[in-house]
Design a protein. Structure first.
Length: 340
């Protein structure tokens, strides 16, 4: 169940461990092809991949400093590896952040929970297909109207077998400032009933730090007053109550903060797969006191594969035994595919 590692980093600058696990080999899929300001790169080198999430999660180590890219790695969230997350640092940094930020909707979405009207703490736009969740419906605009950089990422993902059917993008905008209520999203798991069975969910972060000053003096070192590491937000996954074999990933930037937690910087890619949505909840936490977290903006772009038959008619159904078996087979096939 370990494979979704076909995301090749844009620049192979990370230093990897010389130890290779006992793995089979598979064709490396090239980096995003047409990013502004970067030469097109496509490689066909063989890279190893492991057959279990446990092996893959501990197989490699990488030293990452600012501007470097780490080889994508898979981290198990359960002891048997049925739930996992892939993390690729600095996979696709934003080259058009200001334009993307300015294009956010003017109003935050409003929904109804337990009969109460709630304004959600973020801006949201769906592209391609309407998305219903948490007492609201994100009405979609055509993918042809989506920002060019969003379309470029989707097109690149669709080159991979496991992402050929991805047809919807959800874009969220999060702002953080200590003098105002910061945007966030609470613990939740995605409703998979309208998604293609076994399809992974990819999430890309684009971040930009605000200028930080205290009086006339920069709050942090540097003439610009910008945080040296740039803006980041904490992503956390917590096991559901009925899951008894959950594990917290070790290494690769993960730490335990009431759940498996990771700092997401500009260009970082996450892929949630296997049974992740059934075993865990995930969230973007409220900012803490670190200026690099509580000053800045983050744009999150999430890619999903929706069923298209009868998609415009809301429906609820219970997965049959055949549905579950089919879903697991597709998941295993997807996971066995990728190494980046």
């Amino acid at each position: 169940r370990a494979g979704l590692l076909a995301f090749a980093p844009p620049r192979a600058t990370a230093q990897h461990s010389t130890e290779e696990p006992h793995c089979t080999t598979h064709k490396r899929i090239g980096a995003p092809r047409s990013r502004p300001g970067e030469a097109r790169r496509r490689e066909t080198a063989k890279r190893p991949y492991c057959r279990t999430a446990g092996e893959a999660g501990s197989a490699h180590t990488a030293s990452i400093s600012e501007g470097q890219t780490a080889r994508p790695k898979i981290f198990p969230l359960t002891k048997d590896g049925r739930s996992w997350i892939i993390y690729a640092a600095n996979w696709w940094p934003s080259s058009e952040f200001d334009m993307l930020w300015a294009a956010r909707p003017t109003e935050r979405p409003v929904g109804h929970i337990f009969g109460k009207s709630i304004t959600f703490p973020r801006h949201t736009q769906s592209w391609g297909i309407d998305y219903s969740y948490t007492g609201q419906i994100a009405r979609a605009k055509p993918l042809s109207e989506a920002p060019s950089q969003v379309v470029q990422v989707l097109t690149e993902l669709q080159q991979l077998e496991s992402f050929k059917g991805h047809n919807q993008v959800l874009q969220n905008w999060y702002e953080a400032h200590p003098d105002a209520k910061a945007d966030y999203i609470g613990p939740h798991s995605d409703d998979e009933r309208e998604l293609v069975a076994g399809s992974p969910i990819a999430s890309l972060s684009w971040c930009k730090a605000d200028r930080i000053t205290l009086g006339r003096q920069p709050l942090l070192p540097g003439a610009s007053g910008l945080p040296a590491r740039g803006h980041w937000r904490r992503f956390r996954v917590t096991a559901k109550k009925n899951v008894t074999d959950a594990v917290v990933p070790k290494g690769g930037g993960w730490f335990d903060s009431g759940g498996a937690t990771l700092k997401l910087h500009d260009g970082d890619l996450l892929v949630m797969g296997g049974e992740c949505q059934r075993t865990h909840k995930h969230e973007i936490m409220k900012p803490g006191k670190d200026p690099a977290e509580n000053y800045g903006q983050r744009i999150n772009v999430t890619f999903r594969a929706f069923q298209t038959k009868g998609r415009n008619v809301p429906h609820k159904r219970t997965l049959s035994e055949n549905d579950v078996t089919h879903k697991r087979k597709l998941s295993e096939a997807a996971v066995a595919e990728i190494d980046s």
